[in-house]
Ligand binder design. Structure first.
Ligand SMILES: [Zn+2]
Length: 257
């Protein structure tokens, strides 16, 4: 059961504690719990900080109110991270660009994203990047801020975009949509990502893999994504699990033991 899940929203799971207790009892690996608002960190650490295999990222998803109120929101986020007990926060995010729906304030969205990038640089933490329907805009911003490491989470683009993100030094993380029928571009791209830059995630409670579609996703569902990823990469699944765990340790969990 030693899977690693580099992106989950544990506070949105039904009966999260029962799920986590069962998973860790069965030997599940580490989980990165992801923030989406400026003030959710303390509550998440309070709820899930008791699990040694759960660590935290803190960031603001680019929703309209956050973009409108970005200066105050970014300041709150920074204060929350600084107030957190040492060793719990291992990344900044999620944050980024979402153009799936019309984004009326792209300049404001960019500023909110760049506030996270500045914070990641100052705290020397990796960045968890959300990028949907905005590949050029995302790569342009990341290119303007070299030297940041991090994860392009729930990867949704093709090989050419992956090449750019990898060249910029980022890891690429695939979620359960890798298993969806229409996701040929993802199945092609996952073969292209080098072993040492690959990560896997659930984005629970979103994006349950194909056999569970329609259900709220859970970290335990990640086995289906690992199985397909191992097949696509021509790798033994145990080797893949070790590889992902090592990558996640090197980027995320190893820095605050
Ligand atoms: Zn997420």
């Amino acid at each position: 059961m030693n899977y690693t899940d580099t992106h989950a929203h544990l506070g949105r799971l039904e009966e999260a504690h029962a799920q986590l207790a069962a998973l860790f009892e069965a030997g599940f690996g580490k989980i990165l719990d992801i923030g989406t608002t400026s003030d959710d960190l303390a509550g998440r650490i309070g709820a899930f900080g008791r699990y040694p295999a759960v660590r935290f990222a803190a960031g603001i998803w680019p929703y309209p109110q956050a973009i409108a109120d970005r200066k105050r929101m970014a300041a709150t986020l920074e204060a929350q991270i600084e107030a957190a007990p040492t060793g719990f926060v291992v990344a900044v995010g999620e944050c980024g660009l979402d153009h799936h729906q019309e984004q009326p304030d792209k300049a404001g969205e960019r500023e909110l994203f760049e506030a996270h990038i500045a914070l990641a640089a100052r705290l020397d933490l990796p960045l968890i990047v959300h990028s949907r329907d905005a590949p050029e805009e995302t790569t342009a911003i990341l290119r303007d801020h070299p030297g940041i490491r991090g994860i392009i989470h729930c990867y949704s683009y093709g090989v050419e975009e992956a090449r750019v993100f990898l060249d910029l030094g980022y890891h690429v993380s695939f979620a359960g949509n890798l298993t969806y029928k229409k996701s040929d571009n993802l199945r092609e791209t996952i073969r292209f990502v080098p072993d040492d830059r690959l990560l896997l995630e659930t984005d629970s409670p979103f994006l349950a893999p194909q056999s569970r579609r329609g259900q709220p996703c859970r970290p335990g569902f990640i086995a289906e994504t690992y199985t397909l990823a191992a097949e696509l990469r021509g790798m033994d699944i145990e080797t893949l699990k070790e590889r992902i765990a090592a990558n996640a340790d090197a980027l995320l969990f190893g820095q605050n033991p």
